[in-house]
Design a protein around this ligand. Structure first.
Ligand SMILES: Cc1cc2nc3c(=O)[nH]c(=O)nc-3n(C[C@H](O)[C@H](O)[C@H](O)COP(=O)(O)O)c2cc1C
Length: 180
């Protein structure tokens, strides 16, 4: 049985994608590089294992109840771990934590298991690692996962918040880390 047969509610969305005319991927990526965004490390820990990855695709969805979304490439090694645990923490990085961003993006070639050796980590409500130096950390429980194109969108209800030190936040713009 195909994926779409198992998810008949998605049939309409797939028909729309087939009819849509998109710009070239290269042009889209170039355009997105001009869109400045906060840099976060998304973490999770539980029976499926412990992992974390750098992400800018994070967005507020609702404040009643407080809900966030995070987009994760289904090809990422973190995908089955996040899906299996059903919890995550969004750690918004402060300026100066570029090494943490690069480590969790796989740019420093540190093994996935050793990524947490960079930075000071604690726990809030769900057991997901929370970065003590984060500008802000949102500890979330997954309520829904939606597959769109290459990514899974994880919707999570915020169970706890940690406010780290004040100061400038880390943003990614023009393929460079900057401060805001
Ligand atoms: C600034 C920046 C932003 C990123 N944003 C995302 C994102 O929103 N979603 C995503 O799936 N990967 C994103 N990535 C790529 C992941 O961090 C990277 O592929 C990660 O190492 C994949 O996880 P894995 O190591 O578990 O395979 C981003 C990378 C960087 C450097």
């Amino acid at each position: 049985m195909s994926w779409i047969d198992q998810h008949p509610d998605m049939a309409g969305a797939f028909a729309a994608v087939a009819e849509a005319k998109s710009v070239e991927q290269k042009l889209f990526r170039e355009a997105m590089s001009r869109l400045g965004a906060a840099v976060h490390v998304i973490t999770t820990d539980g029976h499926a294992g412990k992992t974390g990855f750098t992400a800018t695709a994070v967005c507020s969805v609702s404040d009643a109840p407080p809900t966030l979304l995070v987009c994760l490439n289904r090809a990422a090694t973190s995908m089955p771990i996040l899906r299996g645990n059903g919890v995550f923490c969004v750690n918004t990085l402060r300026a100066g934590d570029e090494l943490i961003a690069d480590t969790f993006a796989g740019r420093t070639k540190v093994a996935r298991e050793a990524r947490f050796e960079t930075g000071e980590w604690g726990k809030l409500s769900t057991g997901s690692p929370a970065l003590m130096s984060a500008v802000i950390a949102f500890d979330c429980r997954v309520i829904e996962i939606k597959a769109v194109a290459s990514h899974d969108i994880y919707f999570g209800i915020v169970e706890a918040i940690h406010q780290g030190g004040s100061g400038a936040a880390l943003v990614y713009h023009d393929r460079l880390y900057k401060q805001l």
